[in-house]
Structures are given as structure tokens and as C-alpha cells.
Design a protein around this ligand. Structure first.
Ligand SMILES: CC1=C(CCC(=O)O)c2cc3nc(cc4[nH]c(cc5[nH]c(cc1n2)c(C)c5CCC(=O)O)c(CCC(=O)O)c4C)C(CCC(=O)O)=C3C
Ligand SMILES: [Fe+2]
Length: 366
């Protein structure tokens, strides 16, 4: 048994786990203020906001993300209990309630002195990593003197439990295709696009940049291999920002055109960049990309995301255990692995450093 808290005399210094996520609206009236929070000072054009608001309203103004995170948390609580670890789990978000500022203040009031932070993003890069450090720093500053110390856990894009869950999901999706289409089906991985400048600056400069797209590419490779595929494509989705700013490409819908032109009759789409079925998955993939594939006469199956797989909760506990025991990272890949830092410091000097957006405002300040 690994003791995580200090009451058992183990000397281990953590009294809680904070699950830190993006947040999403839970009723129609939340949609606009949520989007304002997400895009404040980030140069996202109003037309894009209107379109995204429509996507949320299409689902009754409710993003699936908060319910999915609560679900993950209850599974993490059971896994912690089975592992004999006495670590209460808190939930806080960057953009919607429960806001991380409120959660961290409550943790302080509950007497939490030090906590580990599990971010629901597996990746390096500004949106996937550094912004979570900023959330930690902002929440601690807001909580003032009583704020607990917060140690963010590392990136986990190539953890065997994550890759195993994605690989099984790919196999299960492939099995849904009609047998005669299965052999020639194209495996297509997709992740959230980001501005090319953000990707170029992702990671410590000494590591050569592009840490986000390199990690995504490695996760795709590892998943494909584990699922028994020799060949695959990696594409991007859900771009926003002004059209003159370059983002990672190709977009999944443009890629479906290319595949149709080559005579591909079926695709297995794996949203490797997403841990659960949030709006980008249920709208941008299950609605837009699926409709596009139907127009092109391509059979479309989508692999499940790992959030609901038991292995995802096991992964959270494995990362906690690894941090407490100080054991080497359990991983399948070899790209640089960062993400862990105390109290919202950055991973390394100039890691994921700010790029100036066309609005003239630095993109990475609040
Ligand atoms: C890399 C990445 C992840 C994965 C890492 C992680 O999981 O953290 C991610 C996750 C998510 N993104 C989400 C939602 C949104 N992202 C937006 C905008 C943006 N995302 C970006 C990147 C990423 N985003 C970027 C570079 C922007 C442009 C503005 C900016 O520079 O920040 C916008 C604004 C409107 C729009 O432009 O789409 C919304 C509403 C939701 C919640 C969905 C739900 O409610 O179910 C989740 C999990
Ligand atoms: Fe996003």
C-alpha cells in the first residue's frame, strides 16, 4: 500500500488530488459567458463564436465535458480506494463552474496544504500544458494565504494504459465496418488543431519545438502499431482564429475529400487528441465529419475516447503512484516528456513561450 497523505506518518506530503479541466456550459444561458471566458483576449473572430455557440445550443446548451469529468472522478475515487490511498479528489475548471479558483479556495479552507493536480490534457504545448500551469498560478493567487501548494502531474500522451485504451477502441471501431470494407479502410487519427506558431513554440526551445504535434504523431504511431495497422494518416480539427493565421493542417474534412479522390471507401477515425467525448468529438467529428463522409460515400466509424475506459482511472492512479514513489515514467514513446511543475511555474525556461497574436495582444496572458 502506498500512503499518499501525511496522517499515516509516511512522510508523503500530499493531502488531495485536484482534477483540472477545461469546463463547459451546463445550460443554454451558460454558453455565451463560457465562450467569453475561453476566448478572452485570444483573437477568435465573433463569427467563429457564433458558430460554436450554435454547436453547443444544438446539444441543448449542455457540453458533455463536465458530466464526463465527474464520471472519471468517481472512477478515480474507487481506484484510489482499491489501491488503499486516502486522497480526496477535487474538481476545478479553467472556463466554467466549478471554477478552479473556487475549488482551490475550498481546498485551502478544508485544510489541504499540498495537492497533486491531474490535468485532463495528455499533451505538451500551450493549450495542453502551459495554460494549465497558468490556471494553477491564478487559482493560488486568488485563494491568497490559505492556498495549498499544487504539483501538476506530467504529460501522459504515451502512457501504456492510454495507448492500450485507444488501440482497443480502434479495433472495436474497425469491427463495426461491414466485412467487405474493413480490409481497405483507412485509419485516420485526429487531434485539436492549434496555430502553427503555438506548435513551433511548444516545449523548451532546446528540444526543438513542435512538442505538441510530435507527441500527437507519436501517440498515433503507437496506437496504430498496437491495433495492428501499418499505415495511417494524422489530421487536425476544430480550428478557430482568423483565417489569415496558419493552423495545423490538413483539416479532417478536407482530408476526407482527398481520401474520396483516391477511392477510399471507409475510414476509422480515432480522436487521439481527446480524452473524452466532449463537444469537438460529438459535433466536429460525429456530426460534421460524419455527414461529409456520407456525402462522399465513405463509411465512417469513430473509435471511442478513453475517458470512460477503466484504464483511464487506472492511469490517473498510476501517475499519482509514480510521482509519490519517484519511479521512472511508465511510457512507450520517446519524445520529450514534461508537464510537471510546482505552483504554476513553467516546465522549463521559455517552455511554450508566448506568441503575439494579430490582435497585437500577447496570446498567453490573462
Ligand atoms: C490543444 C487543445 C485542446 C486539447 C487539450 C485540452 O484538453 O486542454 C483543447 C481542448 C478543448 N477545447 C474546448 C473548447 C474550446 N476551445 C476553443 C478554442 C481553442 N482551443 C485550442 C486548443 C485546444 N483545445 C485553441 C488553440 C483554441 C483557440 C483559442 C485559444 O487560443 O485558446 C474554444 C473557443 C471557440 C473555438 O474557437 O472553437 C472552445 C469553446 C474544450 C471543451 C469542449 C466541450 O465543451 O465539450 C476542450 C476540452
Ligand atoms: Fe479548444
Amino acid at each position: 500500500m502506498i500512503a499518499a497523505n501525511s496522517t499515516d506518518g509516511s512522510g508523503s506530503q500530499f493531502d488531495a488530488l485536484l482534477v483540472l479541466s477545461f469546463g463547459g456550459p451546463e445550460q443554454p444561458a451558460d454558453v455565451r459567458p463560457f465562450l467569453e471566458n475561453v476566448t478572452r483576449g485570444r483573437g477568435v473572430p465573433p463569427e467563429r463564436l457564433d458558430a460554436v455557440a450554435e454547436h453547443y445550443l444544438h446539444f441543448g446548451g449542455v457540453s458533455p465535458i463536465n458530466a464526463l469529468n465527474r464520471d472519471i472522478i468517481s472512477r478515480v475515487e474507487s481506484e484510489l480506494e482499491s489501491a488503499g490511498m486516502d486522497l480526496p479528489v477535487y474538481f476545478g475548471n479553467r472556463n466554467w463552474h466549478p471554477m478552479v479558483e473556487d475549488t482551490v479556495a475550498r481546498m485551502g479552507a478544508d485544510g489541504v496544504r499540498s495537492a497533486l493536480v491531474f490535468p485532463t490534457s495528455a499533451w505538451g504545448g500551450y493549450s495542453g500544458c502551459r495554460q494549465y500551469h497558468e490556471d494553477v498560478a491564478r487559482a493560488r493567487a486568488a485563494a491568497g494565504d490559505g492556498a495549498p501548494h499544487l504539483l501538476k502531474l506530467r504529460q501522459y500522451y504515451d502512457h501504456p494504459l492510454l495507448i492500450g485504451a485507444f488501440a482497443d477502441a480502434v479495433r472495436e471501431a474497425a469491427a463495426q465496418l461491414p466485412a467487405e470494407r474493413r480490409a481497405d479502410a483507412r485509419l485516420v487519427f485526429t487531434a485539436h488543431s492549434v496555430p502553427v506558431s503555438a506548435d513551433v513554440n511548444a516545449g523548451p526551445p532546446a528540444e526543438g519545438g513542435r512538442l505538441y504535434s510530435r507527441q500527437v504523431a507519436e501517440a498515433a504511431r503507437l496506437t496504430a502499431r498496437a491495433a495492428g495497422f501499418d499505415d495511417f494518416d494524422l489530421v487536425w480539427q476544430s480550428r478557430s482564429g482568423p483565417p489569415q493565421v496558419p493552423w495545423l493542417e490538413p483539416d479532417i474534412c478536407d482530408h476526407l475529400d482527398v481520401l474520396a479522390g483516391r477511392g477510399v471507401g471507409a475510414v476509422i477515425v480515432c480522436p487521439v487528441g481527446f480524452v473524452s467525448d466532449h463537444l469537438e468529438v460529438v459535433w466536429d467529428l460525429d456530426t460534421e465529419a460524419r455527414d461529409k463522409a456520407a456525402e462522399l460515400g465513405i463509411d465512417f466509424v469513430r473509435a471511442a475516447t478513453p475517458g470512460t475506459d477503466r484504464r483511464f482511472a487506472e492511469l490517473v492512479v498510476a501517475l499519482v503512484t509514480e510521482q509519490l514513489a519517484g519511479t521512472p515514467a511508465d511510457r512507450l514513446g520517446s519524445e520529450p516528456l514534461l508537464g510537471s511543475a510546482l505552483d504554476g511555474q513553467s516546465c522549463a525556461i521559455d517552455c511554450c513561450k508566448a506568441v503575439v497574436r494579430p490582435s497585437g495582444r500577447p496570446a498567453h496572458t490573462h
